[in-house]
Design a protein around this ligand. Structure first.
Ligand code: NAI
Length: 245
């Protein structure tokens, strides 16, 4: 059976569960060889084994660990066609209660992670003269936000700026850079941070009448990773069930 990513190699950082887990599964379904990098070893090893892929422990906020994940992917599969940097944390703290350490932590995972991963991945992609670099942004970055998300919103707005700058820099190498901006997606992380009532209220406020699923977001990533998106770079796709309308 030939899939839309047959013969491609994808590294999904933050791919053990949630949105990244669904991206890894969707890509594998379309024929890609998968490497998952994450900090949740149990979930990451299980998911990678289910997909016939490789699990790598890596903290994407650390440059050398992002580089090691890219190197291990190349060593195992010989090439890297698609990088998805999806790892992100979303603690809720009002600005006046946010310690400088907490601010730095959110910035270094969500935004620093994109820089470290892209910096490591572009080298082999440049040599191949092709590649797709994809990030998980959020509608929180540029469109809506809420009190308690100062650090988080700053990182997601930062990712969108970085996408445009990197797309311009890498275009001459045949490497495209894009992102997906999910709205409210029901994941393990979301369930851990939000009450059942809050989640129901959010679902009621979404025109399409439900929370998004990780698979809804994975389908947008699949399009951006596929040959059909060859002429798209420097932009994001919003997957929010009409929430911004
Ligand atoms: P999640 O918490 O369910 O999954 C995140 C994954 O990233 C986990 O496997 C976690 O272990 C991994 N991870 C966290 N820090 C890491 C690090 N430093 N290095 C490597 N891996 C790390 O989260 P969820 O909800 O699936 O979110 C994934 C991404 O989607 C995040 O970037 C988040 O900001 C973004 N997003 C989520 C939305 C939602 O409604 N769930 C909405 C908009 C954006």
């Amino acid at each position: 059976m030939s899939g839309r990513l047959q013969g491609k190699v994808a590294l999904v950082i933050g791919g053990a569960r949630g949105i990244g887990g669904a991206v890894a599964a969707r890509f594998a379904q379309e024929g890609a060889d998968i490497a998952i990098a994450d900090l949740d070893d149990a979930a990451g090893e299980r998911h990678a084994a289910d997909l016939g892929g490789l699990y790598l422990r890596a903290d994407v906020s650390r440059a050398e660990e992002a580089e090691a994940a890219v190197a291990a992917t190349l060593e195992r599969f010989g090439r890297l066609d698609v990088l998805v940097q999806n790892a992100g944390i979303y603690p809720w703290t009002l600005i006046e209660n946010t310690s400088p350490e907490e601010w730095d932590r959110v910035i270094s995972v969500n935004l620093g992670g994109c820089f470290h991963a892209a910096r490591a991945a572009v080298k082999p992609m440049k040599a191949q003269k092709s590649g797709r670099i994809l990030f998980t942004s959020s509608i929180t970055g540029t469109h809506v936000t809420s009190p308690g998300h100062g650090h988080y919103s700053a990182t997601k707005a930062g990712i969108n700026g970085f996408i445009r700058a990197a797309a311009l820099e890498f275009a001459g190498y045949g490497v495209t850079v894009n992102g997906v901006e999910p709205g409210n997606i029901l994941t393990e992380g979301m369930k851990a941070h939000r009450s059942g009532e809050f989640i129901q209220a959010m679902a009621d406020a979404i025109p399409l009448g439900r929370m998004g699923t990780p698979e809804d977001v994975a389908n947008a990533f699949l399009f951006l990773a596929s040959d059909e998106a060859a002429f798209i770079t420097g932009t994001t796709i919003i997957v929010d069930g009409g929430q911004l309308l």
